[in-house]
Every structure is written in structure tokens, then in C-alpha cells.
Design a protein around this ligand. Sequence first.
Ligand code: GLN
Length: 492
Amino acid sequence: MSAAMSAVPLHYRTIAELAAALAAREVSAVELAQAVIARAAAVEPRVRAFNSADPADALAQAAASDARRAAGQARGPLDGIPIGFKDVIAVKDQPLTASSKMLANFVSPYDATVTARLKAAGAVLYGRLNCDEFAMGSSTENSAFHPTGNPWDVTRVPGGSSGGSAAALAAGEAIATLGSDTGGSIRQPAALCGVVGLKPTYGLVSRYGLIAYASSLDQIGPFTRTVEDNAIVLGAIAGHDERDSTSYRAEIPDYRRELAARRGPWKLGIPKEYFGAGLDPEIGAAVEQAIAFYKAQGCEIREVSLPHTQYCLDTYYIIATAEASSNLARYDGIRYGHRSADAKDIVDLYFKSRAEGFGAEVKRRIILGTYVLSSGYYDAYYLRAQKVRTLIRQDFLNAYKEVDALITPTSPIPAFKLGEKSDPLAMYLCDIYTIGVNLAGLPALSLPCGFTKSSLPIGVQLIGQPFKEADLLAIAQAYERGHDWKLRTPVL
Ligand code: GLN
């Protein structure tokens, strides 16, 4: 069936399908942008995934894409594809708020590296997507502006912190989106919204132009409908950047081509610590079924142990808050961002600007982070956490002596009700299966693997070896090929 004849509306198609339809002139980039803009207009009152959007600008980008194509200068599979950005990634001359009052009126003077690369690939950048304030949270409820609804049930959260990115994609308001993942912020919302979300290996994707939360953990990555689409976007944004000193220097494979080249069977590890108390039984059962699928495909399944898993949450909340307290010191009301209108003197200006500009969770993290770095406590907390982090990474590297990748649940629970979790610790537990990956700097993705009885999406997490995204994506695609979860779309 040709793409033009497909029954799937344009706003729910994949990049691969749309790239073929654009190349065959069955659809124009302007028509595609119009479809996505119309869909957003129809569903945004309920989903509220966007902090801001500029339809006229998107249509102008789409017209430029059509003109390139007409001139025989189309740039590849992303030319003309609408992509939404989490509102922590800089796009020149567009708002960049981190969903914080602190940056409510800030407009970015420059492009992030990922932005420049997607522009160069011809993508149509549309939408600044809601998130937890400064990417701190697991439900997007910490946004200073408004909550976002999960498209599968708008009375529930989309996950976080990149909740707007996951929700916009699941609702058909974008063809792909970008998020950032410091402790699970791409994978957990991907799981809760039923889409594919990848956190690349630390260093694979430049952090230049990403608002810093915890710099030793932050990575930008794609949300897509399929694994192949994820390979396409990753290929466009990955690669060395001299503006990020932690950027990896190596040849970037053609991830999409590698997908076809890599066939299992693989050795897959099941970390026993990831299947204990607190795991929702329906999620546990769906992940067990995914494991059984791989086994039936001839993969060798082995139980492995990551013995330091129990320390992940504590270690993360020491290191992440320490780095956040330092990164967020720059918001002083002087250079940019919110400035208090009624300060008596300079010190009062610092205090009042920060007190007014930051929300409760951000303040909690700054206070905790400042404490663990302060003299007398540094050795007991921060230094010890760094040592435990090394042990956590070593656990994974030991497991990889035996297996190619690991399978775990992404989130212990499906999408919960807006307002349901008021205790910060209960919220922190949402990341129990995702934060170890950030501490160890590994690549991992969440892939749809079923639905609960009440029709909420379930995600399985695949954790790969450093810089082996090509293998990770191939392992994910082997599962995706045998299932059709991706064909379901929410009723909105
Ligand atoms: N929920 C975690 C936190 O609040 C992870 C957030 C993220 O990955 N940005 O720190």
C-alpha cells in the first residue's frame, strides 16, 4: 500500500513512512506540517504538551523543505519531518523556559548542537514541550506553567521529566520529539505514554545548548514511534562536538543501516534486583512475556546480579542534587532570568530573585545539593556517593562479560493520576529502574511491550553496552517486529 493510501492519518505515521511519501511526492512538507498543527489544535486543550509553539514559523520551515526537494536538494529522511523539542533544549530566537518562572521570558540567543544538526537535516522544528521544572521530576507536574495529560488517559500523568515530549508524540502532535534523561526522564515517560525513548551513552550526543541539570548524568535523546525512527534521529544528533568537553570522539555508525545488518541471537541478562517488591504485577507479567519472546527467538537468557542496585537511588540523589546546586547558581537575577522587582540591595536581590523564580522541588534539590557539598559533609556524602557510583558501573560491566544487554521493566508502575503523589520520596521511586543506567553512563531504551487491563501502556527497558547503540536498537527491533503495540493509538 502506498503511503498516500494508508489509513493511518499523517500525524500518526512514522518518519520512515513519511520520508518515503515525501520523496514520492505523495505528500508535501507543508501538508504534513499542517496536519500536525491541526492535530495539535484539536487535542492540546486536553493534553497540554506544549509550552509554546509557532505554527507560522513551522509552515515557513516546511515550505523551505518543499522548495529544496523541488530543486533536487532534499537532505535525507528528516527533511520536512516535524520534530518537537523539550523546553530545555535551545532553539535560536525561540523561548527556552525549562518550565520555570525563572526563565519564563527568556528567548535563546543560539542553537543547541542537536538543534543545529536537526536543522541541517531539514527537520521542521515545531513546539517547545512541557517538562518538570529544570527536568527535576517524574510526572511533569513540577512545571511552573501547567500539568500535561497522558494521551491514554488525560487524568493521569505522562511521566517526566520529558512528559510533554512523550505526550505530544503519543497524541500525534509531532512525528518525533527530543527529550533529556538525567535519571530516566526519556525512558519513564516513553513507557507511560507507549512510545520508544532512547537515552544514549553518556558522551554520544552533545549537551551544548541543553540547560544543565546534573552535567555528569544528562543526555539528550529521541522519542519516536518505532525503533527504526529512533535510529534515524539518533544518527542525526549523535557525534563529536568540540563545544561539549565530554563528547565522544569516534566514527558514528549509520544506525539505520546497522539495524538491517545485525541479527541475533543475543545473550540477554535479567538483573534479579529489578524484579522485586514494588513492581506492579501487570508490568512484571508483560516484561516476563517479552523475555519469553526473546527466548523463543533463540536468545540465551541468563539471570545476572547487579549487587549495588539498592544504593542507586541514594547515590543519584546525592550526585544529581550536588551538580544541580552548582549548575543553578547561575540564576542570580543579574545576568538573565527572573529578577525580583522589590529588592533592597544586591544580596536581597539574589535571595528574592531565586526565592520567586524557583519552584519547591528545585529549591529542595538546591538545598540538598548544597548540604552534601558543604565542608564537613562532603566526604560523608558526595565523595562516598562518587565511590559507590564506580561500584554501580562496575556491576554493569561485570554483567556484560556474560551478556550483550539487560532486560528490565522501565517503570515500576503505569501512569498514575495527576496529583496522586505528593510525597517527594514516592516520586523518586518512579526512577528506581532507570537511574542506575545514568550513574553508569550506559545507553538504554524503553520500548512498548503491552497494556494494562485499564489500557495504560507498559514499557520494557533494554540496557546496552557503552556506545553500542546499534546493537541495542537491533535487539529492540527484534521484539518490535514480533508485536504490533505501535499500531494502537489513544482515543482523544
Ligand atoms: N526523576 C529524576 C529526577 O527528578 C530524573 C529526572 C531526569 O532524568 N531529568 O531527578
